[in-house]
Design a protein around this ligand. Structure first.
Ligand SMILES: Nc1ncnc2c1ncn2[C@@H]1O[C@H](COP(=O)(O)OP(=O)(O)OP(=O)(O)O)[C@@H](O)[C@H]1O
Ligand SMILES: [Mg+2]
Length: 444
């Protein structure tokens, strides 16, 4: 008998999708071709939450015997990534010799691997003020790493590569070159760098000779149909049917982000106490969305608070409260946002002398707040928007309530958020989503 999934296996807001996985035809061919072409290096890029990790996971599952995933973190150096990959290959070289390792090349590589492993433990740690860092032994060259990886019939995935220090990012281009050169010998060998950024070049800056050897794969935000497919697929697995107005509201609310879609569907089920598939088909109506959104809001309230607090605080009193003006302008624009010029026009309504330079500077700054981003920019459409429709809804309330306040008075965020949650209405949100629905559909 088939084992029934739980709701947490069906709707996966925080992990790569599996049961509800939907194919994305426009990206599929390019990705599969690149994966199958020996020596082709891959850069996958696109907005955070657009589905990069899910996609590569699914494809590797089908096309690759094994892979090594290194997760990049802020401040990591390239050396640390090389060490991380080396460590992960350990089971392949230190357990019982597999058939592949018993030919003469294999035996030699095994010995080299173990030699380097010993060197690493001998080198110990280098203490830095904040953390200790393992040293890279001279023998652990990129060529050697490539050999080990190639022998293990593996490829190397670098998740969130945009987090690596700018200076160290250049080293990836060199590593890709080495992997290209050695792909003749080991045909599965490749590097797949993934970054939550707007262009491949923000992930790796490689030179022209590499141009034809790197596949740049953009994973766009999902369109409403793709989002609805997730809802339908997940609901079916739970033996539910979301009525059409509910599923269309969820898919519009998600504004291209499958993670929001999963979150809301999960919350709906959790709120109804549906942990496993129903015995008989149950139809879910639009009324179920309100509590699900409230749960989402409760969970997000800390992040919400931080994002607004960090972006709106201004250490020195300046002529303009730049971030506030931008937030206000964006709250008046549709969820899909507006171009720099659209935003400027809005601000100029309130501050006729507002300098263009300020807008450029602060927009850039607000998009780059790594830890608590509030707005995002899209290179493709040239628009700036709140990263989540929820943020826009919150900004609307904030703007309307701050109009009456003394601007120098400190905001009590806990109060504002508590009020927001209490008075939060899906009606208003739905209305604002639907007003701009045509625009949004057109874009996709
Ligand atoms: N093809 C898909 N089908 C169904 N759900 C998906 C699909 N792609 C992504 N998701 C869901 O969307 C969410 C985000 O996906 P994922 O983690 O793959 O995005 P990402 O681009 O890697 O994000 P980040 O840049 O933040 O790492 C997850 O909840 C995942 O379950
Ligand atoms: Mg990811």
């Amino acid at each position: 008998m088939e084992v029934e999934p739980t709701v947490y296996q069906v709707f996966t807001p925080a992990t790569p999708a599996n049961l509800t996985f939907i194919e994305r035809d426009e990206i599929n061919n390019n990705l599969v071709n690149a994966l199958r072409t020996p020596g082709k290096q891959i850069v996958i890029y696109g907005h955070s939450g657009s589905g990069k990790s899910t996609l590569i996971n699914k494809k590797l599952e089908r096309l690759y015997e094994s892979h090594v995933i290194s997760r990049c973190m802020q401040g990591m150096s390239f050396d640390q990534l090389v060490l991380d990959a080396f460590d992960q290959l350990s089971p392949f070289f230190t357990t019982e010799k597999t058939a592949r390792n018993s030919d003469s090349v294999g035996v030699q590589l095994n010995a080299t691997y173990l030699g380097i492993k010993n060197q690493i433990s001998g080198l110990g740690l280098r203490e830095r003020s904040d953390k200790s860092i393992r040293l890279l032994p001279p023998q652990l060259t990129l060529q050697n790493l490539a050999r080990f990886m190639g022998q293990a019939k593996s490829c190397w995935i670098l998740e969130d590569f945009h987090k690596i220090n700018e200076g160290d990012r250049a080293l990836l281009s060199q590593a890709m070159k080495v992997f290209v050169d050695m792909a003749g010998e080991y045909n599965t060998l490749k590097i797949i760098a993934i970054g939550a950024v707007d262009s491949a070049r923000q992930v790796v800056k490689y030179d022209n000779e590499m141009r034809t050897r790197v596949a740049e794969i953009h994973v766009p935000l999902m369109n409403v149909h793709e989002l609805q497919d997730i809802i339908i697929k997940g609901a079916e697995l739970m033996n539910l049917r979301f009525d059409s107005s509910l599923s269309s509201t969820i898919s519009h609310y998600a504004a291209g982000l499958p993670s929001i879609c999963h979150t809301l569907c999960l919350n709906i089920c959790v709120h109804l106490d549906f942990n496993t598939p129903r015995k008989e088909l149950v139809v879910i109506k639009k009324e179920s969305l309100q509590p699900a959104l409230k749960m989402y809001l409760d969970e997000a309230s800390d992040t919400l608070k931080m994002a607004f607090e960090n972006n709106l605080k201004q250490s020195k009193v300046k002529k303009y409260n730049n971030a506030e003006l931008i937030v206000k302008a964006l709250s008046e624009l549709p969820q899909e946002g507006g171009t720099r010029a659209d935003i400027f026009k809005r601000i100029a309504k309130y501050e006729s002398d507002y300098p263009q330079g300020n807008l450029t500077k602060y927009l850039k700054q607000m998009c780059e707040t790594e830890t608590t981003p509030l707005i995002r920019s899209s290179e493709n459409s040239g628009k700036y928007a709140f990263i989540d429709p929820l943020y826009r809804a919150f900004a609307m309330v904030l703007v309307s309530s701050s109009d009456s306040q003394d601007p120098h008075e400190l905001i009590d965020w806990n109060d504002v958020i508590a009020n927001f949650i209490k008075n939060f209405s899906t009606e208003e949100l739905t209305k604002s989503i639907h007003t701009h629905k045509i625009n949004y559909m057109h874009k996709n």
